[in-house]
Write a protein that binds this ligand. Structure first.
Ligand code: MG
Length: 157
């Protein structure tokens, strides 16, 4: 059996926060606001994996109302979510992601992000891809107010 899963998240960009994508800290003027560490890509990937397996979503597993998840390391959340999905017998075939942000440019960090996500998920970086897009100066993304991540995965069992 194969299943696809889709995840999407958006975080505000503010000064004084780190800009994290898939566990990689990227130098930037602003970073992601969030109850956890704000890693928007990790959050989108979690929802893609859980959605494909039909095992809930990030808000159910790690409720923002629970102080336990304050400043949580999102890559640890990802590992926990993946343990749940893997425990149900699923294998990750591939994961593809799009990150939309006006700044910074993601290309120099792509390989690091792929390797970081692959390590958390226990698969080859070749099975993971990440693309950066801008907002063409328009809207929340283009004006640098937010960063958005989309993730799609294929699971097999
Ligand atoms: Mg989030």
């Amino acid at each position: 059996m194969i299943r696809v899963g889709l995840g999407r998240d958006l975080h505000r960009l503010v000064e004084g926060r780190r800009f994290l994508l898939g566990g990689v800290a990227i130098p930037a003027d602003k970073g992601e606001l969030g109850h956890s560490d704000g890693d928007v890509l990790a959050h989108a990937v979690i929802d893609a994996l859980l959605g494909a397996a039909g095992l809930g979503d990030i808000g159910e597993l790690f409720p923002p109302s629970d102080p336990k998840w304050k400043d949580a390391d999102s890559m640890e959340l990802l590992k926990t979510a993946w343990d749940t999905v893997r425990g149900a017998g699923w294998r990750l075939v591939n994961l593809d992601c799009v990150v939309s942000t006006e700044k910074p440019k993601l290309l120099p960090y792509r390989e690091k992000i792929r390797v970081s996500l692959a390590a958390a998920l226990g698969i080859s970086p070749e099975a993971i891809f990440v693309k950066g897009k801008t907002g063409e100066g328009l809207g929340l993304i283009g004006e640098g107010l937010a960063v958005e991540a989309l993730a799609i995965c294929l699971l097999e069992r």
